[in-house]
Design a protein around this ligand. Structure first.
Ligand SMILES: Cc1ncc(COP(=O)(O)O)c(C=O)c1O
Length: 392
């Protein structure tokens, strides 16, 4: 063992990545894998965005930018937040980061002191747990349930508020459930936040992926909320740009001023070429986005009845590109289900346990393959489930 083991700081919590590693190892040995695991769009980044990045390289965009990002990108982000969601941020109130991921870490570094409690609905995007742990805080999951389509339950949240509650993380549409929090409930959360003096982290990374009749309401548009909300968003999902690593936080100027130096310390600036690509994403044609969204909607609409026909139930997803599916009818626990499904059929899905779910009844399906591939995957899943049920 190296000299480091005994010096690892207590803030580094051991995350057990062995399951994911094993799954990826199994997948690497097969050439027929249909990957419905990761939240990474199958579409390539639209061509005009790639062209803008090439042009930026040719124009020598090879250098540092300021830590908060290119001025023209911050201006375009503020304009998009206003036209898409009615949010009222100036360019100076935007910090461009390496994905939303870095914004999450920056928020926790700035706001989460040791012992602080951070509320989040569950199942959940567990990066929040890790970021809170790294800052010595305590993630406090508030459960959501399939019978409610995993809708946020205000009573479950209020019941967990203590004098140590610092923040509530509102992820809508949600990963892994696809649940969209309706505007009326967003208003109730705002009231709750003001009543208990709680900050809101509004993770809106899926906010352009909403299926009718669901509606998105950005909580920072409500009276008294901009001053206690940090709005997070990015380009990874909306524009199929996961590898470019561009996201941002939007917050009142005094907060931006506080995090500018820490943000510089983390990575100085978001990759300059990627910032030019993100600028093209916002200012260029939006038709490629509309086409991708139409495709996701068609996949979802095909998948839901197919899951029902295969004997599974699920929470009806209002947005994003996930279906959180109950596989308890097979009698198997989700990690075992996912591992055997991959070994025996080549379909890769992730168990709900990877999303902090205490129950082993759920898997997350990312419908991020072309429809014919999803149909083939569903055929394999159905046959597998039938054979498991028959053997029981
Ligand atoms: C809810 C949520 N927030 C943030 C992220 C991080 O996205 P990125 O860092 O690629 O912008 C993800 C990625 O899956 C996510 O699901």
């Amino acid at each position: 063992m190296s000299q480091f083991a005994k010096h690892i700081a207590p803030r580094i919590v051991e995350e057990d990545g062995s399951f994911r590693t094993r799954m990826l190892g199994i997948a690497a040995d097969r050439n027929d894998v249909i990957a419905l695991g990761r939240g990474d769009p199958d579409f390539h980044t639209p061509a005009h965005i790639v062209e803008a990045a090439k042009a930026a390289l040719d124009a020598n965009a090879h250098h540092y930018t300021g830590p908060t990002g290119l001025p023209q990108l911050r201006t375009a982000i503020a304009a998009d937040l206003n036209s898409s969601y009615g949010l009222d941020y100036t360019a100076e109130e935007i910090v461009v980061t390496a994905g939303v991921q870095e914004s999450i870490m920056l928020c926790m570094l700035a706001l989460c002191a040791p012992g602080d409690e951070v509320l989040i609905t569950s199942p959940r995007f567990t990066t929040y747990d890790t970021a809170v742990h790294l800052c010595g805080g305590v993630p406090v999951p508030a459960p959501t349930h399939e019978k409610d389509d995993f809708a946020l339950d205000l009573a479950e949240i209020e019941a967990r508020i203590t004098p140590r509650t610092r923040m509530f993380v509102l992820v809508s549409p949600n990963n892994p459930t696809g649940a969209v929090t309706p505007p009326a409930v967003i208003r109730q959360i705002a009231d709750l936040a003001i009543k208990h003096d709680i900050l809101i982290i509004a993770d809106e990374i899926y906010a352009k992926m909403i299926y009718a009749p669901n509606e998105h309401l950005s909580i920072a548009t409500l009276p008294g909320m901009k001053e206690r909300t940090i709005t997070l968003n990015g380009f990874s999902k909306t524009y199929a740009m996961t590898g470019w690593r561009v996201g941002y936080l939007a917050a009142p100027l005094d907060f931006v001023n506080k995090v500018t130096e820490p943000r510089h310390t983390l990575s100085i600036n978001t990759c300059t070429v990627s910032q030019h690509a993100a600028l093209a994403a916002l200012t260029g044609p939006q038709e490629p986005l509309a086409a991708m969204l139409a495709d996701y909607a068609a996949r979802r609409d095909w998948l839901m009845p197919a899951l029902t026909a295969a004997g599974f139930t699920y929470g009806h997803p209002g947005g994003a590109f996930y279906i959180y599916t109950n596989i308890s009818s097979t009698g198997m626990a989700a990690p075992e289900f996912c591992e055997r499904l991959l070994r025996e059929t080549g379909v890769m899905l992730f168990p709900g346990t990877m999303f902090g779910d205490d129950s082993t009844d759920y898997i997350r399906i990312s419908y991020l393959q072309p429809l014919p591939m999803i149909q083939e995957a569903m055929h394999r899943i159905t046959t597998f489930a039938q054979s498991v049920r028959a053997a029981a």
